[in-house]
Design a protein around this ligand. Structure first.
Ligand code: HH2
Length: 279
């Protein structure tokens, strides 16, 4: 029996993770309102061309999203039908490019549609703690899922690293209850989500601590506001800060970085690896 495209791509992710090199996940926002590139890739042909550029530049995974998570508030909620209508002309074309596609959605109905159309990885920015159908879906389909830390609002008074750890523990319990093996889970501390800029920096500084869960880590620092808090710049001029954050995260053990600027990130990681090898 031939494996389904989703399962084949999913085991390809496991193979990639085993290769022991950091993986680059390219961001494709098919949205009108994403914080850094909203509206740029809403047109399907433009979105597909952007995915082609990212794959040609060395993206290992393409993360397709059709609802802005707006880490900084003000997201327009969209229905599952609207999300699917945005994805339909784009996601299958990206799957056909041959790299594993992840679906950035907090709705299990959209995730199920995406898996039926060839997506191989789920990316839930509410870490299995919003839609109760998400964990059973990942369990049934046997696909990897990115479980991201999130909070409704930032509270500068809390110990954010402890909060992330408690959240991860809850998510892993939800997964276990749903029969979703921990082996399918990638953890992500959710840089910029429900965090002050200082807390995003503290979270990045704690990357090694999160390795204690024994799961691969994904870090998505791309163009986020903490960069502006250190060195003021609008979102599309935060490439330097994004690369600095992702490079340090990788040196601290992160397995996957989620980025808007694929060519620059791939180059930085390749050069860093070459220097390491030459040592
Ligand atoms: N960040 C964003 C969206 N999805 N998923 C994971 N796992 N980790 C992240 O850090 C993450 C994410 C926000 O970035 P972007 O997709 O560019 O913005 P928007 O959600 O506004 O579309």
């Amino acid at each position: 029996m031939t494996a389904s495209p989703a399962l084949a791509a999913s085991s390809r992710l496991a193979d990639l993770l085993r290769a022991g090199r950091p993986l680059v996940m390219g961001v494709l926002n098919v949205t009108p309102d994403s914080f850094s590139d909203g509206g740029k890739f809403l047109d399907p042909a433009t979105a597909i061309a952007q995915a082609e550029r990212m794959v040609a530049a060395g993206a290992d995974i393409v993360d397709v999203g059709a609802e802005s998570t707006r880490p900084y508030g003000g997201a327009e909620p969209v229905t599952a039908d609207d999300e699917i209508a945005r994805l339909a002309p784009v996601l299958p074309a990206v799957v056909a490019m041959g790299v594993p596609v992840s679906i950035d959605t907090m709705k299990a109905a959209v995730a199920a549609w995406a898996l039926d159309h060839g997506a191989a990885i789920l990316n839930d920015v509410w870490g299995l703690q919003r839609d109760p159908e998400m964990a059973p879906l990942a369990a049934r389909r046997g696909v990897p899922i990115v479980v991201m830390h999130n909070r409704e609002t930032a509270d500068p008074a809390i110990d954010i690293v402890a909060d992330v750890e408690a959240f991860f523990a809850r998510s892993l319990a939800v997964a276990a209850d749903a029969g979703l093996p921990a082996e399918q889970i990638v953890l992500d501390p959710g840089i910029g989500f429900g965090k002050t800029p200082a807390q995003s920096l503290a979270t990045l500084a704690a990357t090694r601590r999160f390795l204690g869960f024994g799961r691969p880590l994904l870090i998505g620092a791309s163009r986020k506001r903490f960069i502006d808090s250190v060195s003021p710049a609008p979102p599309d001029q935060r490439i330097g800060g994004s690369i600095a954050a992702h490079l340090l995260a990788v040196l601290d053990g992160a397995a996957i970085v989620r980025v808007h600027d694929v060519p620059e990130t791939v180059q930085a990681l390749r050069v860093a690896a070459a220097i390491r090898t030459a040592e």
